[in-house]
Ligand binder design. Sequence first.
Ligand SMILES: [Zn+2]
Length: 372
Amino acid sequence: MDASVKLGRIWGIPVGLHISWFLVFGLVTWSLASGYFLTEYPDLPKTAQWLLGGATSLLFFMSVLLHELGHSVVALRNKIPVRGITLFIFGGVAQIGKEPQTPGVEFRIAIAGPLTSLALAGLFGGLWLLDRAQPYLAAPSIWLARINLILGLFNLIPGFPLDGGRVLRAIIWKITANFYRATQIASYAGQAVAFGFIGLGLLTILRGNFFNGLWLAFIGWFLQNAAASSYAQVNLQRMLRDVTVAQVMSPECNQVPGNIPLDQLVEEKILTGGHRCFLVTEDGDRLRGMLTLRDVTAIPRANWSRVLAEQAMVPREKLILANPDMHILELLQTMDNAQVAQVPVVKADQIVGVISREHILHYIRILGEIGS
Ligand SMILES: [Zn+2]
């Protein structure tokens, strides 16, 4: 989720708004102000209808945020990192840092969101019982109760990657003791649900309700994509689960001494050799740091003759290092978190190779071609 506005952190979790959220916030406010509240409170001035619409819409999106925080707090309690929560056009998403280790943990993380929404529905329903005599509080309260109920129930639909689909996966996982099989079945269910939404949307359009039909079909299309790509991702994990760094890395890496000036490096190694990444070493194979084309170009060209490789490199202490026996998935996760494209592979303080995203992609492509 790029292109999002950062709001701050809750329990250390960064919370942001994707640009598409502003569109859906506008739509919900508009439909409340010029539809629901217009019917409920026809005598209310226009500005007040819009203010009430905006405030109710905000409370709705806070409810969505609480739903995601529900998932997050259970994840954090089970020592699973949460990278961030983003509100976007279809609601909210909590980016859980890794797959749960057991079906029980998966079940609890998945169910926590819908349970939060159902609890909020109860809360707003209770509020409505108290304030239903108050003209300008009754309609927002009952609307928020209803929308949270819908949110809770919708997410319980058993199609992966909806929460209900994760619950289903956890149950099948528990029964079969096979995570990949469970994901496969839950993804099929997810795709079936998605096509159901698309079909229902088309039917609604044919019946003349164009906007609602389009929205249903749009949700279906989004779910279909999400189900297919979640499955592809898990399939990839299955393919790579026994693969180690040593199988994927390149044993050849360009080593340069620390005292080579950048202009000489560019002339001899980058322009003629075509290399983009160098390990700076001393005494043969002892790693001192890594230097990429990006580090070189960060320094003004006029200074290249005066700056040495060791001055421009990222020093060893700041590098992420791999060892050859590490699992490739573990390394990919680390590289993702640190946003680095290549990593030196070191064993007993000796450089044995280098591994980059390209190496991993290449390996995956070959695996796919030979039909693993
Ligand atoms: Zn959820």
